[in-house]
Design a protein around this ligand. Structure first.
Ligand code: AMP
Length: 409
């Protein structure tokens, strides 16, 4: 087995990895780190959950350990651009964790909060700056940040930058970077625009592509419950009260739906909060913190808000609404069964969502078990199934990948 000790990382970092409890590098770490330590550019096709943050954070920290030098007012040595505040905070946490045994200066800038503290943190210059594009440009325009001596540039989640309409801001930032630098670009997918962008910022890059970790679909037990739309909230409270669910990340399609459901749960004496793009930075962080620390049992989220969020130990992901894009389903259920733990994903499917379920099945190719044994089972939604169950459970619906568990009567 390939071990961290096989990588040429300095002892301080090896110690921090040990303290984090990691046994072996993930595939992207194993493939990327040796090249990054040599200063190569990298095109990483990987999504959150693959260990990509450590894949770039470890060699960057190693570089700073070996290349200690004074930093000057407003100067930044390494810039990591990421699309959301939550991701920025998570990346900064990772640098803190892996860099705990060495001295380096780290700052994080993102919008939605006052800039004063961020400007202060930058004033003496930083080794590593983690930033979202809007606030970064804003601070650059005000003269608080100089990138002309940048040594390392990381563009994280490039496809999502494109999705969220940040690509022009990203290009403006790139225009200000010095030509001589090491550049890394990470993206879960490679649409044409991102491939073109990669060509303009990377020089003879090493290309590393990893599929989402096996956990995404293989170690998550996937179940579907057929239920009428109006009864979904009752089904949810019933499941949450029967004791088997310790923590649940519940997905709704809309921000309004997320708020409404969190309020309903709260009124039903179930500790819950919601997270979505319309909430203030403070409210989002508060909800996430409550969920991470176990203060609340349920976090209701929309796709954009939850993608990339890392909450270890989520026992259940519940698709209150089935996503209309099959890829979102894979992202959602990837929030459970992290780092080798097992997890359960339950989808609530009404008649109108049946097609989405089939699309998901086609994409993942992994059986989804039908659970009829619940008080709100909808025969109407179940009936529209494309194949009939056969007598012995698991082979039923095989043609569409569904397995079937008969209702106890
Ligand atoms: P990322 O894809 O960077 O968001 O990482 C996903 C999760 O995997 C985070 O919780 C990391 O702490 C964890 N992780 C990263 N590298 C390893 C590793 N080599 N072994 C075990 N867990 C890891």
């Amino acid at each position: 087995m390939f071990l961290f000790s096989d990588l040429d990382l300095c002892p301080q970092i090896q110690k921090a990895i040990e303290a984090a409890g990691y046994k072996a590098p993930t595939p992207i770490q194993e493939q990327a780190i040796p090249h990054l330590l040599k200063g190569r550019d990298l095109l990483g096709i990987a999504q959150t959950g693959t260990g990509k943050t450590a894949a770039f954070a470890l060699p960057i920290l190693d570089y700073f350990y070996r290349q200690q030098r004074g930093i000057y007012r407003g100067l930044v040595r390494c810039l990591i651009l990421t699309p959301t505040r939550e991701l920025a905070a998570q990346i900064a946490d990772s640098f803190d964790k892996y860099g705990r045994n060495q001295r380096f200066r780290l700052a994080v800038v993102f919008g939605g909060v006052g800039q004063h503290k961020q400007v202060n943190a930058l004033s003496r210059g930083v080794d590593v700056l983690v930033a979202t594009p809007g606030r970064l440009l804003d601070l650059m325009n005000q003269g608080f940040i100089k990138l002309n001596e940048l040594e390392i540039f990381v563009l994280d989640e490039a496809d999502r930058m494109l999705d969220m309409g940040f690509i022009h801001d990203v290009r403006k930032v790139i225009d200000k970077l010095p030509a001589k630098r090491q550049s890394l670009l990470f993206s879960a997918t490679m649409p044409g625009d991102i491939a073109n962008l990669a060509k303009t910022i990377l020089i003879e890059p090493v290309r590393v592509a990893v599929t989402p970790p096996a956990t995404t679909v293989d170690t998550v037990e996937q179940k579907v419950m057929f239920v009428e739309r109006e009864k979904k909230s009752y089904l949810l409270t019933t499941l949450l009260r029967n004791g088997s669910i310790t923590t649940a990340l519940v997905f709704t399609r809309t921000k309004y739906g997320a708020d409404k459901l969190a309020r309903y749960l709260y009124k039903s004496s179930i500790s819950a909060d919601s997270i979505h793009g319309n909430k203030s930075q403070n409210a989002r962080e508060h909800a996430l913190h409550s969920f991470r620390t176990g203060k609340i049992q349920v976090l209701v989220a929309t796709d954009i808000a939850a993608r990339g969020i890392d909450v270890p130990g989520v026992s259940h992901v519940i698709n209150f609404d089935i996503p209309n894009e099959a890829e979102s389903y894979v992202h959602r259920i990837g929030r459970t069964a992290r780092a080798g733990l097992s997890g359960i994903a339950i989808s609530f499917c009404d008649v109108e969502e049946k097609q989405y379920l089939l699309d998901i099945q086609k994409l993942t190719g992994v059986p989804i078990q039908v659970i009829e044994d619940h008080p709100f089972h909808s025969e109407a939604a179940a009936k529209a199934m494309p194949a009939k169950p056969v007598s012995q459970g698991r082979s039923a619906y095989r043609s569409h990948g569904f397995t079937h568990q008969r209702r106890r009567r």
